[in-house]
Design a protein around this ligand. Sequence first.
Ligand SMILES: *[C@@H]1O[C@H](CO)[C@@H](O)[C@H](O)[C@H]1NC(C)=O
Ligand SMILES: *[C@@H]1O[C@H](CO)[C@@H](O)[C@H](O)[C@H]1NC(C)=O
Ligand SMILES: *[C@@H]1O[C@H](CO)[C@@H](O)[C@H](O)[C@H]1NC(C)=O
Ligand SMILES: *[C@@H]1O[C@H](CO)[C@@H](O)[C@H](O)[C@H]1NC(C)=O
Ligand SMILES: *[C@@H]1O[C@H](CO)[C@@H](O)[C@H](O)[C@H]1NC(C)=O
Ligand SMILES: *[C@@H]1O[C@H](CO)[C@@H](O)[C@H](O)[C@H]1NC(C)=O
Ligand SMILES: *[C@@H]1O[C@H](CO)[C@@H](O)[C@H](O)[C@H]1NC(C)=O
Ligand SMILES: *[C@@H]1O[C@H](CO)[C@@H](O)[C@H](O)[C@H]1NC(C)=O
Ligand SMILES: *[C@@H]1O[C@H](CO)[C@@H](O)[C@H](O)[C@H]1NC(C)=O
Ligand SMILES: *[C@@H]1O[C@H](CO)[C@@H](O)[C@H](O)[C@H]1NC(C)=O
Ligand SMILES: *[C@@H]1O[C@H](CO)[C@@H](O)[C@H](O)[C@H]1NC(C)=O
Ligand SMILES: *[C@@H]1O[C@H](CO)[C@@H](O)[C@H](O)[C@H]1NC(C)=O
Length: 805
Amino acid sequence: MAPLLDLAAVILACAAGVSGEAWNSSLFTSSPDVFPSPQMSGIGGWEAAMAKANAFLANMTLQEKTIMLTGANGPCVGNISPIPRLGFKGLCLQDGPASVREATYVSVFPAGLTTAASWDRDLMKTRGIYMGQEFRDKGSHVYLGPVAGPLGRSALSGRNWEGFSPDPYLTGVAMEETITGVQSTGVQASAKHFVAYEQETMRNPPGTFEATTIPNSTEIQSISSNVEDRTLHELYLWPFANAVRAGVANVMCSYNRVNSTWASQNSKLLNGLLKTELGFQGYVVSDWMAVHTGVDTINAGLDMNMPGQWNWAPIDNTTSSWWGPNLTVSVNNGSVSASRIDDMVRRVLTPYFFLGQDQDFPTIDPSMGAYPMVDDFEAESYWLDSWTAAGVLGSANRDVRGNHSTLIRELGAAGTVLLKNTNGALPLKAPSSIGVFGNAAGDLTTGPYYHADSYEYGCLPIGGGSGSGRFSYLVAPLEAIKAQANKDGSAVTYILNNTQLAIDGGASTIYPVPEVCLVFLKTWAAEGTDRDTLHVDYDGDSVVEQVASYCNNTVVVSQSTGINVMPWASNPNVTAIVISHLSGNEIGNSLVDILYGVYNPSGKLPYSIAHNESDYSFAPVVTSVANTTDPNAWQSDFTERLLIDYRYFDYNNISVLYEFGFGLSYTTFDLANISISKLANSTIASLPAATNVTAPGGKAELWDALYSVTVSVSNTGSLAGATVPQLYVTLPATAGEGTPVQQLRGFDKISLEAGETKTVTFELMRRDLSVWDTLVQEWRIPSGDFGVKVGFSSRDAKVQGTFTI
Ligand SMILES: *[C@@H]1O[C@H](CO)[C@@H](O)[C@H](O)[C@H]1NC(C)=O
Ligand SMILES: *[C@@H]1O[C@H](CO)[C@@H](O)[C@H](O)[C@H]1NC(C)=O
Ligand SMILES: *[C@@H]1O[C@H](CO)[C@@H](O)[C@H](O)[C@H]1NC(C)=O
Ligand SMILES: *[C@@H]1O[C@H](CO)[C@@H](O)[C@H](O)[C@H]1NC(C)=O
Ligand SMILES: *[C@@H]1O[C@H](CO)[C@@H](O)[C@H](O)[C@H]1NC(C)=O
Ligand SMILES: *[C@@H]1O[C@H](CO)[C@@H](O)[C@H](O)[C@H]1NC(C)=O
Ligand SMILES: *[C@@H]1O[C@H](CO)[C@@H](O)[C@H](O)[C@H]1NC(C)=O
Ligand SMILES: *[C@@H]1O[C@H](CO)[C@@H](O)[C@H](O)[C@H]1NC(C)=O
Ligand SMILES: *[C@@H]1O[C@H](CO)[C@@H](O)[C@H](O)[C@H]1NC(C)=O
Ligand SMILES: *[C@@H]1O[C@H](CO)[C@@H](O)[C@H](O)[C@H]1NC(C)=O
Ligand SMILES: *[C@@H]1O[C@H](CO)[C@@H](O)[C@H](O)[C@H]1NC(C)=O
Ligand SMILES: *[C@@H]1O[C@H](CO)[C@@H](O)[C@H](O)[C@H]1NC(C)=O
């Protein structure tokens, strides 16, 4: 186990990375009030669905309205009860971002992180469509995903893998494609967790449902993410704007506080940024048990309380609710206005009608399980009585996997990144002998479902917590390698015990030295806990060094929930490095496709790999405030401002091991012929027109293409393959101190035959060229010279140009 981050180094690094005004803590003791909560208008294409919602609403009693807004017991992770009098069949909300979690006979798709590493818009969308189909076929109305919070401010955050990338542009695209895909099947997506939810540690008060070593007290408030306005807009809010623009049905608020105010009752965030500035038309749902008050959450803009019937008491079926019957009281005594509760119901019903969920939605498969996970759902059957009576439950254990394994295998390969490949190590060509090493090579040994616990033996196809999944089958790497070796006549020998391998000579009991030694590493993370190191688990670094000391053709394959340091990367005997992250239930097949060149690697890093763990300390996870009774002790100041991941390394000129956007192929590519053209005929105004109406996603003008950039990309090698030209924009100096040196503002995955050349066009939208002006409270295009670089990574400017606004 490597030492924890050194606090002194953290402070020094912060001081080095910070720019702009000194941090003033007294500015973060509350969020501004924004009242009243905006009424939805249906703008953006939901007008007809809203009319249906209004007609439905007109028939509802106050009690029925509260039922529709307050979660109840039922067959799913979150449940809105059926209302038989109105023919309303209820809502089934289900985790999670990579699978219909807990349910039987479902697929476990590659995690968000692997999906992001594909940089492939089409595959992102197809994954969304297939996941949406599985939710629908199980009778689940709401897919609880995709994830843009955490974004990935801290490399140690335990849920980064559920989301996509610390780059907001890449995450924004992935959010948009996923939502479009999921909702095309008539299933609602839930963009979560809103917002600045960048660590697990102290996300909730101790003594609630989190295991904690801190004295139990619900008085101690969860971590406060203290974020400046510009930082929030340009990093953490950015991908949520894409989600809203894509028409996301609901947004889930997060557990943490923002500027000392709970995200679930922060009127600046919900009424102000989400519903006014971004023009969000759907409903805001709480994260499970993130609600700490009644009226204050409602007036701040929260529309649905989940799971609704539980407050902070231990989970059972008897506890009371801040909402539910208490909401009826609040409306009757005037604390919540009638128009507010109607807007809440309208926001819940409009996406329901828009997506046709009132029409022919499949019955709910009771094998979905109830929260917390129950292995025997029969035990919960008394919960199901009202649902059975409403006729919304169907047959159990329906197989909804279809032919999705093909996509999972392809995306698993497309999202696998090849970082090093020397001496022609890869692809493998029927080697005479293969050595397989490490505890991450084999099959699972602790059952098919991961919740919170790491496990020693077995590969890592997904992380833990609510983003996990239940495996109906799994192709482990060793199994797939054996199958391929069998075809090729290769000998395969293996040692999976890391304790044995980490000691001197551990691998040498295999004789003779294999032609290639494959070392399988893994790094676990799960909701509820942050990682405490960036090193791989189970002494994997020593395993690599030991195997490499004996085998001069060592190929490292890393399954990981996020960023790892790689102290062995420059070892000449480590001839290749492959990272698959978390590639789902076809993991073995996806890896064999990459290792044997059936699939030419095309994945790119969605983050930076630095030389040292301490290089990431610009954004530490706060773990130092242990054993306090001060309710307000937990503060996380985002003092690094815009400078996270490559923005930090570039700004401070720090060399990295593998930069953001990097990834190799078995062929070679080149870029040439950049041309930049202005799309607008007239002078480009620095601000969008004040009169421009806010459509979902913000002012419509923000999405206008102002410049187009074309390049030609060629496959200069002798194999077909795909690559990702990436466009980075450098803003003029007038963008202000602390502006990142360059930022991703375009990418496209391009497949090319050997020798083929294609033209790629990127459109730069107004938002892509703007900074958030905190005084004007608007996106402003800074005046001056803009730099454009296009290359195959963030540090590979193959072609560049400029334009002036
Ligand atoms: C910090 O902010 C508070 C509140 O606006 C202000 O009164 C105080 O002068 C500021 N302190 C510094 C050092 O700027
Ligand atoms: C948080 O506080 C900062 C500093 O006062 C302010 O710029 C920002 O708008 C606040 N954001 C929210 C959501 O309260
Ligand atoms: C409202 O109730 C009336 C009377 O029961 C019924 O005719 C009408 O269809 C209902 N409207 C809606 C939208 O459910
Ligand atoms: C706090 O409460 C939780 C849940 O009841 C329990 O698991 C944990 O051990 C308690 N922690 C302490 C320090 O008492
Ligand atoms: C709570 O649920 C259990 C089943 O899990 C049931 O036996 C018990 O009667 C319920 N209690 C109440 C008060 O409804
Ligand atoms: C809600 O109302 C019930 C009585 O109807 C009450 O017992 C409960 O304490 C109230 N508040 C909360 C937070 O549940
Ligand atoms: C792994 O190897 C170590 C060291 O040789 C040994 O003590 C341990 O029992 C082995 N574990 C298993 C599960 O075989
Ligand atoms: C590389 O492998 C050879 C055996 O082929 C070994 O002698 C040498 O020490 C290894 N080097 C390293 C750095 O592990
Ligand atoms: C690598 O090791 C193999 C066998 O262990 C040996 O035959 C070969 O010469 C070594 N290659 C290098 C470059 O050391
Ligand atoms: C926490 O603080 C309490 C009260 O100050 C003290 O009794 C206890 O020993 C402390 N626990 C730890 C683990 O430091
Ligand atoms: C620019 O002018 C041309 C010719 O008048 C016109 O066709 C085109 O639509 C204009 N483009 C924009 C963005 O206004
Ligand atoms: C807002 O801007 C969009 C995009 O340029 C444009 O299509 C729309 O007409 C504008 N609306 C108003 C009211 O100005």
